[in-house]
Design a binder for this molecule. Sequence first.
Ligand SMILES: [Zn+2]
Ligand SMILES: [Zn+2]
Length: 258
Amino acid sequence: MWVAELRFRLIADTKLSMAEQQIRRYLETLIFNGQILGREFPSYQTDDAFCSRVVLPAQDALAKQHHSLLGLAAMEALAQAGLAYPQLSLLGADLMSSHTDPCQVPEYFIVFNHFAENISPVRCAEHFAPVPLYRLQPTGSKQDHEELIRWQLQYQALDEIQMQQDRVVDKSAEKALQGLHSKLNRQGRRFARRIEQQEGKACYYYLYSGSSPDCQAEATKACPSCGAPWRLEQSWHELFQFRCEPCRLVSNIAWDCQ
Ligand SMILES: [Zn+2]
Ligand SMILES: [Zn+2]
């Protein structure tokens, strides 16, 4: 990931509120197309410009061809608020985040989330590295990835809650994460299926497993979707002990039982 700064130069008289609104609109289109990561963008004003710090999944993430239609429209609309096209300066590699998938075109995918990481919810299944969403066909109704990213935010919020010792909601976060038929996982699997169809490549879905009523039976549990054995001989990516090919599911021995 790369830390960068976007500079929106003032080219006409403008009101602060108008400029701010258009910049916000533009940045939002970048978020929902996977071109910038995270949700907070420290921004400041200089004599002749507005500047925002962003994190990019790849150096070329903001190239024009990676924009969604909404992104291109928002870029054009900057001029109405008296702002020039944004200028990008790369400040350096982000030391705190994981590396983007090196594949130009991954062979297959895993939909996987973790509360602590501000990265794409789609990983290359070979390298287990995040794939920038703008490299995939749009998964959402607005020809971008807004629905997928909104789903990921909810997943991460639940994951965050169930990680806490002193949970503010009892088991319900874990149930949503762990239950194959929870709304969260039904939606997640729908995204995985869409990616598989659109990219023409297998896309697995990671089913979280935190606790189990019977740790003895964990190692030999069956696929919760089809009931077939799905235990792998060796852990995959040192994380998954289970994989069901027809159901496109991967999972682990419940964390509490490891
Ligand atoms: Zn890869
Ligand atoms: Zn299965």
